[in-house]
Design a binder for this molecule. Structure first.
Ligand SMILES: [Zn+2]
Ligand SMILES: [Zn+2]
Ligand SMILES: [Zn+2]
Ligand SMILES: [Zn+2]
Ligand SMILES: [Zn+2]
Length: 325
């Protein structure tokens, strides 16, 4: 952790090892920095304390971390670089941003929309599922089984983006059983970072929400200025690396394997800036069913605070709208 008082005056002279004993969410390099920072930190210490009590809950969030797929990295203390090298994925395509050495050379100008999995067809979900989901997915195991992928496939490392959305929707009661064909699902996605370079993987939402029109507004300071307002339509799954696979036929890729004729649609729109600043522009097109901030580390960014404080205001509006309707 960085000293929470870093950059507010005198320089930090050692590692930030002094935790705030109340919230245990922030750390300081020295007692003097802690005292100095208290006037600011006291405004958020209680909230952080409450959130830290939910840490166990967050760790159980099934789709944020895959034991099966990252087993090799954890158990053998293998570095990410060598994990990817062994699979021919080191600094390749969307995997580029998954290790430190690749991430450092990334540019936010390329959104990875045309990237494929760079894996053989048996190892990745490059086309529609064989059958529609009849039950909710509750683990990576469920997902891999449904998509017929072996558990040693690394795709979970990238698929946690769409599956976290799926899981969050599930938690607020938006499930495939209460969505009907042609429904619109509006999601506000706050603070996207490296997933902006891996947007092709969001295509899996087409399979997770069959027949639904999903609109995701990606709002955050990492969106490059020249891409502000850009709309992106994703109508396919990322392809595998086999030339003769069915995923290369546009029609096969975009529909579900069951030939049900259900077509899902996924539209992403990019908004540069902080959510509390851009909210009025974003909400013009869509009032959100779900607001999600996958990279919102609780004490990581001071700019989160106004956005977090802003959310209950929207939530209240949501309740009012429901009462009127
Ligand atoms: Zn300090
Ligand atoms: Zn504290
Ligand atoms: Zn590397
Ligand atoms: Zn639509
Ligand atoms: Zn394929």
């Amino acid at each position: 952790m960085e000293c929470a008082a870093k950059g507010t005056g005198t320089r930090c002279n050692s590692a930030a090892t002094r935790l705030c004993t109340r919230c245990e969410a922030v750390a300081y390099c020295s007692l003097s920095h802690q005292i100095k920072h208290w006037s600011r930190h006291k405004l958020e210490c209680d909230r952080l304390q409450q959130q830290m009590e939910c840490v166990d809950l967050l760790n159980d969030f099934p789709f944020t971390f895959s034991c099966e797929a990252t087993f090799q990295v954890c158990a053998k203390q293998e570095t990410r670089c060598s994990f990817f090298s062994k699979r021919g994925l080191h600094r390749v395509g969307m995997w580029m941003h998954e290790c430190h050495c690749g991430a450092s050379s990334a540019s936010f100008d390329l959104l990875g929309l045309n990237n494929g999995w760079d894996l053989s067809s048996v190892l990745c979900p490059c086309h529609g599922p064989e059958f529609l989901l009849s039950e909710q997915l509750c683990s990576w195991r469920d997902y891999y089984k449904w998509r017929r992928i072996p558990l040693d496939s690394p795709v979970a490392l990238l698929l946690h983006w769409p599956l976290t959305i799926y899981r969050a929707a599930q938690l607020v009661g938006i499930t495939t059983s209460n969505l009907v064909v042609g429904d619109k699902l509006y999601i506000h996605y706050l603070g996207p970072e490296k997933e902006l370079l891996q947007l092709a993987v969001f295509g899996d939402l087409l399979a997770l929400f069959p027949g639904v029109h999903i609109h995701i507004e990606l709002v955050g300071p990492a969106i490059p200025p020249q891409r502000d307002g850009e709309k992106i339509i994703i109508s396919k799954y990322p392809c595998c690396n086999e030339e003769k696979c069915v995923c290369k036929l546009a029609s096969e890729n975009a529909i579900l394997g069951t030939q049900t004729g259900l077509t899902s649609a996924l539209t992403l729109q990019l908004w540069r800036g902080f959510y509390h600043d851009r909210y009025r522009d974003v909400v013009k097109d869509s009032f959100p069913h779900l607001v999600i901030a996958p990279n919102g580390g609780i004490a990581a960014y001071s700019s989160w605070l106004p956005s977090i404080l802003f959310l209950p205001i929207i939530a209240r509006k949501l309740v009012i709208l429901q009462q009127v309707a």
